[in-house]
Design a protein around this ligand. Structure first.
Ligand code: NAD
Length: 484
């Protein structure tokens, strides 16, 4: 095996478990590259004990001290960018450029955590003569972060730098499909000076997720993954009286108006649907073409044909994913849709056992087809036709999801109309992948997010902290007032 067997990371050390192991397969070529334990609840208990032991000292440090570790950690990320990207690529299947961009984004997320001392100063006011009220941000304790397969490095960084800098200890449960990247996260945090037990990794699947949701010592659970599992986690964690932010799947609509710049629209739409092999919750996977835009669709197909598996297009995560994606395409074709660019049966020479799907563009899709409503999570763009902007917005609004939506137009007024009326949390105007950059926060609406806070940026602060309100009176000679 290319990589040694994965172990859990508890109290600053990699530790064995006697749990069963699962193979880790590289989707690039189908080769077994490692194995990962499917840990048991007892392993989770060990990690929680380690976090509990570390927490008082960690929470007792000032935030200005804690973020010094993240300044050093950010430098380590930058110094080791390519090595980290190689691991991401080998276990996830994305291209080298995409993997490098992913790790660079983690550095940006860490940079935001370094700015937290500027954002959590609290408040103080003399509320009566001689009496002060003061508000402080306090950590919540031992928190958990449950991650999906599609961004093995970035998604853990949506949560860990902020949660830890704010004084919490964390248990990370990586996706069992991509557990290798997290090993280097743990090693680098330790190298940056993070005390043992503040950050722990428990590998595994459903049993560990359920254990996290049920664990009495974990008051906050953050989840990123499919809507199906997000609902399970949100219900289970909140029914155990925990706070929970659970991000789910997506179906993002790109509304294209006849006045859109053809070259930019075509290039951006092709890149958005196919980047990371379409396995992005921010991929624009559904185009709503308004009026006469055939000239743009032709250019889009030309752009899609330039995207070649094994060159500028990575693999999808598994054989099952490949079959699911190709099944959606065939079902749409059988239901009357027109496949303009067909990525089925793609292969890469020398990587015959890899899991590749080529870029796919399908026209004449109707909003009632499963491929139009459900998350395909592959490099597939469906095109639905609309006569008016109102009709296009109605199609977008009818989605159960609400992660992102976009519009391509040169008209400020029409762009504004989409910004106002689209039912999604993140909107792009002439932007194919409208991920808000720090300090702005990331998360969608509807069935793309359960819970109140967003997962990153300023909005996440409330999730990782609780407010302590202290009233103080130092000069009793000031007289009696209503707070006496
Ligand atoms: P997934 O829901 O299958 O798995 C996510 C996590 O849940 C994994 O750690 C997995 O081990 C665990 N899990 C799986 N089944 C479970 C069950 N039945 N009970 C408890 N835990 C379970 O998601 P995935 O396939 O790894 O990731 C892809 C999905 O994540 C897509 O739907 C994508 O849109 C979504 N995603 C969303 C965002 C966002 O910001 N909204 C970001 C990234 C990915």
């Amino acid at each position: 095996m290319k990589y040694s067997e994965i172990k859990n990371f508890i109290a600053g050390r990699f530790v064995e478990t006697n749990a069963a192991k699962m193979e880790v397969i590289s989707p690039l070529n189908g080769e077994k590259i490692s194995s990962v334990p499917l840990s048991k609840k007892a392993d989770l208990d060990r990690a929680v004990e380690a976090a509990k032991e570390a927490w008082p000292a960690w929470a007792g440090m000032t935030i200005k001290e804690r973020v010094q570790i993240f300044y050093r950690y950010k430098t380590l990320l930058e110094q080791n960018l390519e090595e980290l990207a190689t691991i991401v690529r080998e276990e996830n299947g994305k291209t080298t450029d995409e993997a490098i961009a992913e790790v660079a984004k983690s550095a940006e997320l860490t940079e935001f955590a370094c700015s937290l001392p500027q954002l959590v100063q609290g408040e103080i006011l003399e509320v009566s003569r001689g009496v002060e009220c003061r508000v402080e941000y306090k950590p919540v304790g031992i928190v958990a972060s449950i991650a999906p397969f599609n961004f093995p490095h970035m998604v853990p960084h949506w949560t860990l730098p902020n949660a830890l800098a704010l004084g919490n200890c964390m248990i990370l449960k990586p996706s069992e499909l991509v557990p290798l990247t997290a090993i280097r996260i743990a090693e680098m945090l330790k190298e940056a000076g993070l005390p043992d037990g503040v950050f722990n990794i428990v590998n595994g699947a459903q049993e560990i997720v359920e254990g996290i949701c049920d664990h009495p010592e974990i008051p906050a659970v953050s989840f990123v993954g499919s809507t199906k599992v997000a609902k399970i986690v949100y219900k289970r964690a909140t029914s155990n009286l925990k706070r929970c932010t659970a991000l789910g799947g997506a179906k993002n609509h790109l509304i294209v108006l006849p006045d859109a710049n053809p070259e930019m629209t075509a290039k951006d739409a092709a890149a958005s649907m196919s980047g990371c092999a379409g396995q992005r919750c921010m991929a624009s996977s559904a185009m709503v073409a308004v009026g006469e835009v055939d000239h743009i669709i032709e250019k889009l197909c030309d752009e899609a044909r330039k995207i070649v598996p094994g060159q500028n297009l990575g693999s999808v995560i598994s054989q099952a994913a490949k079959e699911r994606i190709e099944g959606y395409i065939t079902a749409a074709e059988n239901a009357g849709a027109k496949v303009l660019v067909d990525g089925r049966n793609a292969g890469v020479q020398g990587c015959e056992n890899g899991f590749y799907v080529g870029p796919t563009v399908i026209d004449n899709v109707t909003p009632d087809m499963p491929i139009a409503k459900e998350e395909v999570f592959g490099p597939v763009l469906v095109i639905m036709r609309a006569k008016t902007l109102d009709e296009a917005i109605a199609i977008e609004n009818s989605s159960n999801y609400g992660n992102a939506a976009g519009v391509y137009t040169q008209s400020g007024g029409l762009a504004r109309e989409v910004m106002e009326r689209a039912g999604a949390g993140m909107i792009g105007v002439n932007i194919g992948v409208p991920v808000p950059r720090e300090p702005f926060s990331f998360a969608g609406w509807n069935e793309s997010k359960f819970g109140v806070n967003d997962i990153t940026g300023k909005s996440s602060i409330a999730f990782w902290t609780q407010l302590k309100k202290t009233s103080t009176k130092w000069n009793p000679e000031a007289g009696i007032n209503w707070m006496s």
